[in-house]
Design a binder for this molecule. Structure first.
Ligand code: SF4
Ligand code: SF4
Ligand code: SF4
Length: 370
C-alpha cells in the first residue's frame, strides 16, 4: 500500500513497511549511517542516522523507523545535526587518536563522519587506551578494541553471514565491549578466520593482520579479480602496492559473493610472491643411476630421487614419454587425470581432450567433486 510522506519538504510516495532510510536512499537523499550496513539487519545502535519527524518528541533512527501516512521528515534540521555531532563527540571521547598510524585511515567511516561534521576530540574526553592492541592470537584478524565504537556490525556479520556467532556483547556501561564467545579467543569461540567481521568493521578495531602496516588506503591500487581457489567464482579486490599484492578487500559489487569470502580467498594470497613458489618445472632424477629402481613408492624409496630444475620442453617430453610407456605396457586405463578448479575452464576442457582422445581413457575427475 502506498504511503504519502515528505522528506525535507519533498513529497514522496513510499511503500508501507519501508524504513525512512530505505526510502531516502532510493530517492538519493543522504542520511549518514555508521552501524547500518545494507547486508545486515538494521539495529539502530549508533544513533547517527537520527532524523526529526514532525510531532514526535524524540529523534527517530531512520534505519529502523518505518514510514507512516503523512510523516514529515527532516534529515538535516539543526536539532538533528546537533545530535549527530554530540554522538560523534561521545564516540571520539572514548577513542584513541591514532589516525596518524592507523591502518584504516582514509577508509574509516568514523574518521569520515568526524570530518563531515567537523567534530574534534572533546577536551573533557579521552579516557586513553583501555585494551591491549592486537590482543587476539587469531593469525588473520587483528583486534584492537580501543578503536571499537560498539556498532555491532561484527556481531551481525559473523552471525548472519558466516553463521558462526563468534562475537557478542558483554559487560555493562563503560565496561561494555565486544567479546568472542564467553570472552575467550576467536579460535576458541569457533572462528573460522573468514575475515567477514573485519570487512564490515567501520573502524580500525578489526583489521587484517597480514596487511597491517604494509600500505595506507591512498597508496594501494585495487584490482578486481576472481578467486583461483575453487569454482564458485567469488570476486574481490587485490590491494597492490609497488607491484606487490599486500592484501585482499571485499568488493561489495561482486556478483556471486558480495562482501563474503572464505579464509582461502581473503588470506591465501601470499603464495603469489612467496620465495619458494615454483616458477620453472622440475623433474625427478634417480640418484643411483645404473641400479634397479624400487617398485614400491615409500618414504625411503623417495629419497633415492632428487628434484632438478629444467625447462618446459624437457619436462613435457619426459611426461609424454612416461605416459606413452605406461599406456603401451599397461593400457590407457592404467592412467588417470585429476584437474583443478585453479585452472581456467578452457584448460580443464583441454585436459579432458588429452585424457579421452590422446591417451584414450575416461579416467578423469576434478577437484571440485572431492
Ligand atoms: S579507527 Fe578511524 S578514527 Fe580511529 S584511529 Fe583509526 S582512522 Fe582514526
Ligand atoms: S573471522 Fe569470520 S568466523 Fe571469525 S569471528 Fe570474524 S566473521 Fe566470525
Ligand atoms: S569491532 Fe568494529 S564492527 Fe565490531 S562493534 Fe567494534 S567497531 Fe563495530
Amino acid at each position: 500500500m502506498a504511503v504519502k510522506i515528505t522528506i525535507d519538504g519533498i513529497p514522496i510516495e513510499a511503500r508501507e513497511g519501508q524504513t525512512i532510510l530505505q526510502i531516502a536512499r532510493e530517492r538519493g537523499i543522504h542520511i549518514p549511517t555508521l552501524c547500518y550496513h545494507k547486508d545486515l539487519s538494521p539495529t539502530g545502535n549508533c544513533r547517527i542516522c537520527v532524523v526529526e519527524v514532525a510531532k514526535q518528541r524524540f529523534l527517530q533512527a531512520a534505519c529502523v523507523t518505518p514510514v507512516w501516512e503523512g510523516m514529515e521528515i527532516s534529515t538535516h534540521s539543526e536539532r538533528t545535526v546537533r545530535s549527530r555531532k554530540l554522538t560523534l563527540e561521545l564516540m571520539l571521547a572514548n577513542h584513541p587518536q591514532d589516525c596518524l598510524v592507523c591502518d584504516v585511515s582514509g577508509s574509516c567511516e568514523l574518521q569520515d563522519l568526524a570530518y563531515d561534521y567537523q567534530v574534534e576530540v572533546p577536551k573533557w574526553g579521552s579516557k586513553g587506551t583501555r585494551y591491549v592492541a592486537d590482543s587476539d592470537p587469531n593469525p588473520f584478524v587483528r583486534v584492537d578494541f580501543n578503536k571499537c565504537i560498539l556498532c555491532r556490525r561484527c556481531v551481525l556479520a559473523c552471525g548472519e553471514i558466516q553463521v558462526r556467532n563468534v562475537w557478542g556483547v558483554a559487560y555493562r556501561g563503560f565496561e561494555e565491549k565486544i567479546v568472542a564467545g564467553a570472552d575467550t579467543t576467536m579460535l576458541d569461540a569457533r572462528c573460522e578466520s573468514c575475515g567477514q567481521c573485519a570487512a564490515y568493521c567501520p573502524t580500525g578495531a578489526l583489521t587484517d593482520k597480514m596487511t597491517y602496516g604494509k600500505g595506507r588506503t591512498h597508496q594501494v591500487t585495487k584490482v578486481t579479480t576472481t578467486c583461483t581457489y575453487c569454482g564458485v567464482g567469488c570476486q574481490f579486490d587485490l590491494n597492490v602496492k609497488d607491484g606487490k599484492i599486500i592484501g585482499v578487500t571485499s568488493n561489495p559489487d561482486a556478483p556471486v559473493n558480495g562482501m563474503a569470502l572464505c579464509v582461502k580467498g581473503r588470506y591465501g594470497y601470499d603464495f603469489v610472491h612467496h620465495p619458494e613458489r615454483l616458477t620453472r618445472p622440475k623433474v625427478r632424477r634417480y640418484l643411483l643411476e645404473g641400479q634397479a629402481k624400487p617398485k614400491q613408492i615409500s618414504k625411503s624409496a623417495n629419497q633415492l630421487w632428487e628434484w632438478v630444475e629444467t625447462d618446459w620442453e624437457t619436462a613435457l617430453t619426459i611426461t609424454a614419454d612416461k605416459f606413452r610407456a605406461t599406456r603401451d605396457a599397461s593400457g590407457p586405463d592404467s592412467i588417470g587425470f585429476l584437474t583443478s578448479a585453479k585452472c581456467l575452464n578452457e584448460e580443464n576442457y583441454l585436459m579432458n581432450k588429452l585424457a579421452r582422445q590422446v591417451v584414450g581413457t575416461n579416467n578423469i575427475d576434478h577437484c571440485a567433486r572431492l
